[in-house]
Ligand binder design. Structure first.
Ligand code: NAD
Ligand code: LMR
Length: 329
């Protein structure tokens, strides 16, 4: 058997984590021959619920689940972890924007960034899910800078999957026919789901869906506001689709992205596509399955796309400025 992979999950008694943990424990992500050790972090107030989750995990008798640690101590949760999925943060409710959470959730990521840098394994990869996830990732990275910048990611995969579904439904094709989708920028209602570089059955999506009006005025806002739509419909924010986005993100890193296609993830910019260095920005990415992302270079945006790109970039710069006091120089 391979060496066990240690996966830390924060907010482990919450709704997103509930759907996430069981899929990781089952062997779905790292494979049937890779033992998994779950290191689950919660606030003291949620430890009793987390205890219940531990019992349920035991009752699944997953052959891949080697051990489960439950704790309210970040030092213990992050000790030696190879992956850290940072979900623990308040969700927004009806009428709120994700950015309204910034001052409430941001401080969580100061401490977690520091502890990760001290405790995590030398190969750790971090995926930030808690909102606003791009800027929370920025805060965690800046406080945990001993871990290389390319290991810190924020999740735009849920948006990516939403966009793929929406194009597939409009074109009346299976979701597998839609490739080369990109979510540029922020996981917020300024994100730009890029239909201009997307393909359907290998052809430009704009040749298959010729109704440009629909693409600009229905598809884009629908993707941008899908999280709000879920909250307005269910009164709570997305849960299993969010967990699925995190699972897909990690699977792409572990198994690689298919040749001729790419996916979406928010990464610490090194200036790609003119984004200022250090902004956590959603990009088109590929992976060879070695745990690393490569940003797809050379994509062109038309005037509409460039305008949307600038709007989401400016929002991220503004968010960075709002949390300046949480960012050590
Ligand atoms: P939830 O309220 O059900 O669960 C959050 C859990 O985090 C709670 O159990 C809480 O006790 C815990 N928590 C809070 N602070 C913590 C800390 N400092 N350390 C450890 N645990 C802590 O919320 P949820 O629905 O699971 O959503 C969690 C977060 O994920 C929210 O911020 C939500 O907006 C975000 N989210 C992001 C995406 C995305 O696509 N990026 C999608 C869905 C949800
Ligand atoms: C989502 O996109 O569903 C999540 O980020 C939750 C939210 O606040 O919209």
């Amino acid at each position: 058997m391979a060496q066990a992979v240690r996966v830390a999950v924060t907010g482990a008694a919450g709704r997103v984590a509930n759907s996430l943990i069981v899929r990781i424990a089952s062997g779905e992500v790292f494979g049937p021959d890779v033992p998994v050790i779950l290191q689950l972090l919660e606030l003291p107030v949620a430890m009793k619920t987390l205890e219940g989750i531990l019992y349920e995990l035991q009752d699944c008798a997953f052959p891949t689940l080697q051990d489960v640690i439950i704790t309210d101590d970040a030092n213990r949760a992050f000790e030696g972890c190879n992956w850290a999925i940072l979900v623990g943060a308040a969700p927004r409710g009806p009428g709120e924007q994700r950015s309204d959470l910034i001052r409430k959730n941001g401080p969580i990521f100061v401490e977690q960034g520091r502890v990760l840098a001290r405790r995590a394994a030398s190969d750790v990869r971090i995926l930030v899910v808690g909102n606003p996830c791009n800027t929370n990732c920025l805060i965690a990275w800046r406080n945990g800078r001993d871990i290389p910048a390319e290991r810190w990611h924020a999740m735009t995969r849920l948006d990516h999957n939403r966009a793929v579904y929406a194009l597939a439904a409009k074109a009346n094709v299976p979701v597998t026919a839609v490739t080369c989708m990109t979510i540029w920028g922020n996981h917020s209602n300024t994100q730009y789901p890029d239909f201009t570089n997307a393909r359907i059955n290998g052809r430009p999506a704009t040749e298959v869906i010729t109704d440009r009006q629909w693409l600009e005025t229905v598809f884009v806002p629908q993707c941008q506001e899908r999280g709000k739509f879920i909250i307005d419909t269910t009164k709570v924010s997305s849960s299993f689709s969010a967990a699925n986005g995190a699972i897909d993100h990690i699977k792409s890193l572990v198994r690689g992205t298919p040749s001729g296609d790419w996916t979406s993830a928010a990464l610490v910019s090194r200036g790609e596509y003119g984004v200022p260095e250090g902004i956590v920005f959603g990009y088109p990415v590929t992976s060879r399955g070695d745990g690393c992302w490569q940003i797809v270079e050379g994509l062109k945006l038309d005037e509409f796309g460039q305008q949307k790109f600038q709007i989401t970039l400016q929002e991220l710069i503004k968010e960075r400025d709002v949390v300046q006091d949480l960012l050590p120089s």
